[in-house]
Design a protein around this ligand. Structure first.
Ligand code: GAL
Length: 609
């Protein structure tokens, strides 16, 4: 094993592929910062290396590592179904509809961190499967002699309860197609490993302050005049919206894209400057699939994959010429004209949608990448391309993306999803911090005003405060019912919800300087600004599976409620004294307690010591 920095080791097994994350994603060298971190499990990586086994087969390669019965495993990117992966299988495949707990996600990452004192990153774009203690090898149960315990009711639960693993477990990584892979080992406790992984990825991103202020995406069908009218209303009604997002209607053809303004926006330059005079930044929706009417189509034809998506080209984002064409076009047409960022949609594959929604895994790209590799790489390559386009013009962006993956911590993009389960959105927020990702549990449509408040509270305490009104012409605080919103009918209690929502916007504004501080730390030390409790309290078993509370910066602990949970919740505070952020009461940590929480309030606690 080769030591590449304090607590980071590299192990090359067999002959790795050319297209792997470390070769395709540019990263700043942060070894100096890594060397400054604590390392609470020095020497462990080399010990693990001695126990590591691997073999090749017609299928690809398999790596086996020991796993203790009590070991907890976290990571694997943006996961929606809980935080602890011990006893589970994680299939690292990009999927825009992660409807089951398989590991598939908008942003799966082949990195995990173990409570056993190490983290592991498998440097591959292949759809790898990690089995964490779900397999035992032949003969390891020999000699077992337990008998079924009599149970009253003959149920699946009763039978499965006998199956709790007590035998020696193994962690297996199954990587198809490859003749080798490089593994990176990170030493330390959970926090130290995550910090090392983030610094190895180039450090955490530090968004510009404006990116942390509130965002609002306008109705997809709105034109220039309606957009300006709404922007003016936000100002008149005291909503401190900073970034306005324009949805697909701004393009002359979208799905696939022309990247040209449509008739709804006859005077784009005037529009941009009028919005800027009102203090707004603009963000444009797009995806990477290039429609034949796009100016860059002909030039990209030879630099694209061999299948189309929605009649559009799938540009080879590994190809230098493609990157130049895209950067140049975006630079001249949008960045130079004052557009602050983009929403990079639909780059997250899809297995369930009808039509040619995405390209097949067997696609071939001129660079030599295949469809499987491109699916895993597309999100990060697209983000880095846009990031570079801004950097080359001496400016910066803070944008959105629907797919990400390995080594993404320094990319100024926030993930979002079309799934809309509030509980799962909170779990994804808690998980994002294990894998160098930013996530927005965006507010879109809501069941009613109280559901709106609950969702807005979560988004206030997230990486990006965004309301995505792409399906509604009027703000949700006026009307949450889509049909009525489309007809312009306000809710009877619109004034009440408008006032409560405004307060949450103001709350977010007051948090921006504190958030900037947390992000600065993220950049310099790799410590994520939003973290699962187990990262800060690794010895407290109450935190091991907690997926609905999180640390927000160094001082605040947040416990969002969903509308379905109503107005009461059982809360756990780790040992120590905590002060209610709003009620200023002192809470003694170390136990669970039930708290009554009206819809207008979110439980947030400030660490006292
Ligand atoms: C979806 C995206 C939505 C919205 C919509 C517009 O893919 O997730 O937020 O932008 O496209 O067509």
């Amino acid at each position: 094993m080769e030591r590449i920095a304090e607590g980071i080791y590299r192990e090359v097994l067999g002959t790795p592929e050319t297209y792997v994350p470390t070769n395709c994603i540019k990263r700043e060298d942060r070894r100096e910062e890594v060397n400054r971190l604590d390392n609470s499990s020095r020497g462990l990586a080399e010990k693990l290396g001695e126990k590591l086994e691997y073999r090749f087969s017609g299928r690809g390669m398999t790596i086996t590592l020991p796993m203790k019965t009590a070991e907890n495993i976290y990571g694997f990117g943006l996961q929606f179904f809980g935080i602890n992966s011990a006893g589970k299988r994680r299939y690292i495949k990009v999927n825009s509809d992660p409807v089951a707990d398989t590991g598939e996600s908008h942003a799966p990452v082949p990195f995990y961190v173990s409570s056993g004192g190490y983290g592991l990153f498998a440097d591959t774009f292949r759809y790898a499967t990690f089995s964490m203690g779900t397999v035992t090898s032949r003969g390891s149960s020999r000699g077992m002699s337990e008998e079924n315990t009599p149970h009253k009711e003959f149920s699946e639960t009763a039978i499965y309860s006998l199956k709790k693993a007590s035998e020696e477990r193994k962690l297996i990584i199954d990587i198809p197609h490859v003749k080798g892979v490089t593994l990176y080992f990170f030493e330390g406790n959970i926090m130290e490993c995550v910090q090392r992984y983030n610094l190895f990825s180039g450090g955490g991103v530090l968004p510009p302050a404006w990116g942390l202020e509130p965002w609002y995406r306008l109705y997809g069908g709105c034109d220039e005049k309606k957009a300006e009218k709404m922007a003016k209303e936000f100002r008149d009604e005291g909503f401190p919206v900073k970034v306005i997002g324009i949805e697909p209607g701004w393009q002359s053809h979208s799905y696939s894209c022309t990247y040209k303004w449509s008739g709804l926006f006859p005077d784009p330059e005037g529009f941009i400057s009028r919005m800027s005079r009102m203090g707004y930044r603009l963000n444009l929706w797009e995806h990477v699939f290039v429609y034949p009417k796009a100016e860059i189509y002909d030039e990209l034809l030879e630099h694209s994959g061999d299948y189309e998506v929605w009649n559009g080209l799938v540009p080879d984002l590994m190809d230098e010429r493609t990157r130049e064409v895209f950067k140049d076009y975006h630079g001249k047409q949008f960045i130079d004209k004052g557009i602050s960022g983009f929403k990079l949609d639909e780059c997250d594959n899809s297995d369930y949608n009808p039509s040619n929604w995405s390209f097949p895994d067997c696609s071939e790209f001129p660079s030599g990448m295949d469809g499987e590799q491109m699916h895993s790489a597309l999100g990060v390559l697209y983000q880095s391309l846009i990031k570079e386009a801004y950097e080359e013009r001496g400016t910066e962006t803070f944008s959105e993306v629907r797919s990400s993956g390995a080594l993404a911590s320094s990319l100024p993009f926030v993930l979002y999803s079309d799934l809309y389960d509030h509980k799962k959105f909170i779990t994804a927020l808690v998980n994002s911090g294990f894998s160098g990702l930013l996530w927005c549990p965006e507010v879109r449509d809501c069941k009613n005003g109280d559901d709106l408040l609950r969702r807005l509270q979560t988004v206030v305490f997230s990486h990006q405060m965004l309301i995505n009104g792409w399906r509604i012409p009027n703000p949700p605080w006026k009307q949450t019912d889509i049909e009525k919103n489309l007809s312009g009918i306000d809710m009877p209690d619109a004034e009440y919800y408008t006032n409560e929502c405004r307060k949450l916007f103001e709350l977010r504004m007051s948090l921006v300087p504190y958030m900037e501080k947390s992000f600065r730390k993220y950049k310099e030390t790799g410590k994520p600004p939003i973290r699962a409790l187990v990262m800060d309290y690794p010895d407290d078993s109450n935190t091991f599976d907690t997926d609905d509370e999180y640390m927000f910066g160094d001082e605040l602990l947040v416990c969002p409620l969903t509308y379905e949970e109503g107005t009461g919740k059982e809360i756990y505070l780790p040992k120590g004294q905590w002060e209610g952020f709003f009620d200023r009461k002192i809470y003694e940590g170390g136990s669970r307690f039930r708290m009554e929480v009206p819809y207008t309030m979110i439980p947030v606690f400030k660490k006292k010591d």
